[in-house]
Design a protein around this ligand. Structure first.
Ligand code: HEC
Ligand code: HEC
Length: 292
């Protein structure tokens, strides 16, 4: 995708979604849908390099109904998909439509208060018992792992979440077969290599290369910190990583690093990636124990 085309795609996305944010969620969407192009309009004129065959755009719609089911609210400019369409997309995405709604609900019910500070390993040096120290170190790491900047991309069932309140992604977005969105409207249609500030109003579209959802086996939303701990140590579920690879991921990975540079309008993860890496190192060196 060329830079100019990317800009066009992003502008189109902005035109498409901005009224939905500006709008009070409880307001009826009739006003907005009268004025704004439906999601399909984007396929027609704005992204010539990402042809979206007719019918393919339907993939994004079931997520809308997930959000509606979760919040009891309507979504601007989105038609209600038929039951058949829902089943079809769910099959592609590997989830049932009902499941898509549960991430936002689970996040709301279980995510801890957003942490604003992060201590380095030294703060735990006087815990004499190594196992206890290890658990304390992981609890500190949890302030990052369970931050909205991370959880929003690590859902368990449906598509990505957005914002500090972890609401369903707007425009509606499903996981897709490759954790990369529906055919014809994958994550990179809108998310570029860098954060891009909105041309109108405050905020930005987050960006990083690559940009996709963490696979289901790496989903954390709704899980306890102990469960997340066991999961990220397990090579069967963490993408085949041993503890050293996990350390490297936490300390060096660019997508993890994005959590501290999330773009205008987003709260960064607490501390820094450097401290997060040091905590991971110390946790591994003390036996990588998990909270119960
Ligand atoms: C049609 C355009 C579009 C597509 C396609 C899209 N996004 Fe987004 N996404 C956005 C916009 C715009 C925002 C910023 C919304 C805001 O901040 O108000 C956003 C925000 C997000 C956020 C929120 C970050 C945070 O912590 O608040 C995540 C995570 C995200 N997208 C993930 C994805 C993933 C993963 C995919 C593919 C499966 C995807 N998006 C596909 C437009 C899109
Ligand atoms: C834009 C989406 C996105 C964001 C934001 C994101 N991740 Fe991920 N994460 C992924 C993807 C995709 C993978 C799988 C890639 C891989 O295994 O190399 C992954 C894998 C991981 C893993 C590997 C082990 C496992 O079982 O999950 C860890 C650890 C991780 N992320 C930590 C974080 C942390 C910490 C943050 C926030 C500071 C974060 N991620 C934010 C998409 C994201």
């Amino acid at each position: 995708m060329t830079g100019r085309m990317r800009t066009t795609a992003i502008l189109a996305a902005l035109m498409l979604v901005q009224p939905a944010w500006a709008q009070d969620a409880t307001e009826a969407p009739a006003e907005a849908s009268g004025e704004m192009p439906p999601p399909d309009a984007m396929a027609d004129g704005s992204t010539p390099d990402e042809p979206m065959a007719e019918g393919e755009t339907g993939g994004a719609e079931p997520a809308a109904s997930d959000a509606e089911a979760a919040e009891g609210e309507a979504t601007a400019g989105t038609e209600t998909p038929t039951e058949e369409e829902l089943e079809e997309t769910a099959a592609t995405a590997g989830v049932t439509p009902e499941q898509g709604a549960t991430d936002a609900e689970a996040a709301e019910a279980t995510a801890p208060e957003m942490a604003t500070d992060l201590s380095g390993p030294d703060a735990f040096a006087d815990i004499a018992d190594e196992g206890e120290r290890s658990v304390a170190l992981f609890n500190e790491m949890g302030k990052v792992l369970q931050h909205p900047r991370c959880l929003n991309c690590h859902p368990v069932t449906g598509g990505p979440l957005q914002g500090d309140d972890m609401h369903p992604h707007m425009p509606p977005m499903i996981r897709g077969a490759a954790d990369f969105g529906p055919d014809g409207m994958n994550c990179n249609t809108c998310h570029g290599a860098e954060n891009v500030p909105f041309t109108t109003g405050e905020g930005s579209i987050p960006g990083h290369e690559p940009w996709s959802l963490a696979p289901v086996s790496m989903g954390w939303v709704g899980k306890s910190l102990g469960e997340i701990c066991e999961q990220i140590k397990d090579p069967e579920r963490n993408g085949g990583k041993d503890l050293e690879a996990l350390y490297e991921h936490n300390a060096e990975d660019g997508l993890v690093g994005w959590g501290w540079e999330p773009g205008e309008g987003r709260t960064p993860a607490p501390g820094s990636q450097e401290i997060f890496g040091e905590l991971t190192r110390a946790w591994i060196d003390t036996g990588a124990a998990c909270p119960s």
